[in-house]
Design a protein around this ligand. Structure first.
Ligand code: F6R
Length: 634
């Protein structure tokens, strides 16, 4: 959702790597930095964009904003002569209050055009504030909730004469969720920000400082960063960063170094970020495993700040997450229950919080999130902690809110995931869940050290096998191209194949806008089989024939049942599985692997299929319609 960038620094000088042509005015480092930051935040999803600039010679804020993609804003800027600036803010908007129009795009101005505000989140009490401010004489020009923050800040600034103090006072009036950034013509080298339940990170440069929704906004400029806590106001100038809380008392941010390179967030020669990220998956699995064992081969999780005695006493695990991350949670359930004999529930974060869940000090809540900012998951984390549970975050993004608010964190090391639809984060989340499961088994003595070592070795070998599946991708792509007119696709799986089926369906829905459903194969006869008619494409994830409990033969029977009713069967099966051949219209072979680890392989053809089919339909696979990468509102 909305992307936010702020910059305070010299008006001219070093250009960004993009060498952005921004029109006839003087060289504009602030504008270049902000536009480059917005470009890097495009992945969050947006429908309009805007910038605001102030400089020593500006009477009013200079600004531009346009509905649509960033290119529209850049075209608008190219026709304009802008004053030299020393501070700038930029925004990509994902519409909530008011449609995606030029007028509703941010920034919103107040104080006779001398103050500009951008915002991420939802201001819940905006109607009453709007009435009050209008009665006081404010003129509203948009349908947004954000504009009340601009007028409120202008009013508080008139009273306080200081932008930071005015922001503190403004934050006190707002309910809901917000990150706000503001510039004022009176303070041409300053950007002030506030955050409440919405992300904001500081980038620390030399003679310049940055603000961003996440580190991607400024990673091309600096890797030195600072996390802000909840309910803090930050003021940056070229040479200073100061933080206060919502009472105006001095506060501290936590410094960290971004551990990935700006190039990691580039396409690197691939046609799309999604394609690149699918190809990153072997690395994501390997990196998530790296450094997790000591010299004796025992699993060590350094970031896990929960006392071992507490982990030993855990009698229930609840995984909370949304979307793809929740499907990773389903895989975690099968693995952790099998290895550790602890009951594991998996719950969508937005349902968990509102159903009065039974959670206590013996419950370990595992919150899985790529972004670390998903509001539904964050709220569930808070709820769990209020009930006395320990919360362990499995998160990909450094400096994000969920790990900060959890008791412990297990970082996945997938690197930046830019495509809106999640791929490599899913594999990294599953890998981290396996590590956690094995760690708990080690700690609680559920498994012998040599059993754990064997599973770890098998897990380490998965990166190579994922690579093999990717290399076999052309057959999947060709099949997808031949199916570009499909209007309904079903996915079946059993055991860990069930979450894989659901993830395959989700990928197809979000990328190709095709109605797709994932079912537990055993559920078929209880209803969904009625959907099967002549030619209906059905993907089936087949477990390893070497697996347990006749899982394999049950799924082969399911394939026969649907084929007998006319389904076109697209089967994902292990190399050498001859039992499926007679019943499969297409087979996507994957290398042999232990049943519990198979999701790391089986999901890859489904990702490639969805991407290739969407591409064949001429759709943008990196930014599917209506979706946002980081869902920062409930
Ligand atoms: C699907 C997808 C979403 C996310 C979900 C949670 O491809 O990307 O379903 O998985 O919004 O996001 P995070 O993991 O950032 O909490």
């Amino acid at each position: 959702m909305c992307g936010i960038v702020g910059y305070a620094g010299p008006g001219t000088g070093r250009r960004t790597e993009q060498d952005v042509d921004l029109g006839p005015g003087p060289s504009q480092r602030p504008l270049e930095v902000v536009i480059e930051g917005l470009r890097r935040l495009e992945y969050r999803g947006y429908d309009s964009a805007g910038v605001a600039l102030v400089g020593p010679d500006t009477e009013d804020v200079a600004f531009a904003k346009k509905a649509g993609k960033l290119v529209n804003l850049r075209t608008e800027l190219a026709d304009r002569s802008l004053p030299a600036a020393t501070a700038a803010v930029g925004h990509t908007r994902w519409a909530t209050h008011g449609g995606p129009t030029d007028g509703n795009a941010h920034p919103h101005l107040a104080d006779a055009g001398r103050l500009a505000v951008i915002h991420n989140g939802i201001i819940e009490n905006y109607s009453e504030l709007r009435r009050t401010l209008a009665a006081e004489g404010a003129t509203f020009r948009s349908e947004t909730d954000t504009e009340v923050a601009a007028h409120l800040l202008a009013r508080e600034y008139r009273a306080a004469g200081d932008l930071t103090a005015a922001m503190v006072a403004t934050a006190g009036h707002l309910r809901g969720t917000f990150t706000l950034l503001a510039v004022h013509a009176d303070a041409p080298d300053t950007v002030v920000g506030a955050r409440h339940d919405s992300p904001l990170v500081v980038g620390l440069g030399e003679g310049e400082n940055f603000l961003g929704s996440d580190v991607a906004a400024f990673v091309a400029q600096t890797k030195e960063a600072m996390e802000l806590g909840q309910d803090q106001v930050v003021t940056i100038t070229p040479t200073s960063v100061s933080v206060v809380d919502f009472e105006g008392r001095p506060a501290e941010g936590k410094r960290f170094t971004v551990d990935w390179d700006a190039a990691a967030a580039e396409k690197g020669g691939f046609e799309s970020f999604m394609d690149k990220e699918i190809h990153d998956q072997p690395q994501a699995v390997a990196d998530t495993l790296r450094g997790r064992t000591d010299a004796d081969g025992r699993i060590v999780l350094d970031d896990l700040r929960i006392d071992e005695a507490v982990l030993r006493s855990v009698d229930k695990i609840i995984v909370i997450a949304c979307g793809t991350a929740a499907y990773a949670g389903h895989v975690a359930k099968y693995a952790i229950e099998h290895w550790c004999r602890i009951p594991v529930e998996v719950e969508l974060a937005h349902e968990f919080r509102y159903r009065d869940p039974i959670v206590d000090a013996q419950t370990l809540v595992v919150a899985i999130s790529q972004s670390g900012e998903t509001m539904d998951t964050l709220m569930a984390v808070r709820h769990a902690r209020e009930q006395g549970a320990k919360v362990l975050a499995v998160v990909n993004t450094n400096g994000s809110t969920i790990p900060r608010e959890s008791d412990a964190v297990l970082y996945t090391h997938a690197g930046p995931e830019i495509a809106v639809a999640s791929t490599k984060a899913f594999l990294a989340q599953i890998t981290a869940a396996y590590v956690l499961g094995l760690y708990l088994a080690q700690l609680r003595g559920n498994k012998f050290p040599d059993e754990i070592a064997t599973t770890l070795d098998e897990l380490r070998d998965m990166a190579r096998k994922v690579q093999t599946v990717i290399e076999r991708g052309e057959y999947v792509r060709a099949t997808a191209r031949s199916m570009k007119d499909a209007d309904k696709v079903l996915f079946l799986g059993r055991h860990v194949g069930y979450p894989v089926a659901m993830e395959g369906a989700l990928k197809l829905k979000e990328l190709a806008y095709i109605h797709a459903e994932g079912f537990a194969a055993g559920e078929l006869k209880h209803g969904p089989i009625a959907l099967i008619d002549d030619g209906q494409p059905v993907f089936v994830v087949v477990p390893s024939p070497r697996g347990r409990d006749q899982l394999h033969s049950k799924v082969v029977s399911n394939i026969q049942e649907i084929r007998a009713r006319g389904a076109r069967t697209l089967v994902i099966a292990e190399d050498g599985d001859d039992d499926v051949r007679p019943y499969a219209d297409e087979i996507f072979w994957i290398p042999k692997a232990p049943t519990l680890l198979q999701p790391l392989l089986a999901v890859v053809p489904l990702q490639i299929f969805a991407m290739a089919l969407a591409t064949a339909k001429g759709l943008d696979v990196d930014q599917p319609r209506n979706l946002a990468k980081s869902v920062t509102v409930e």
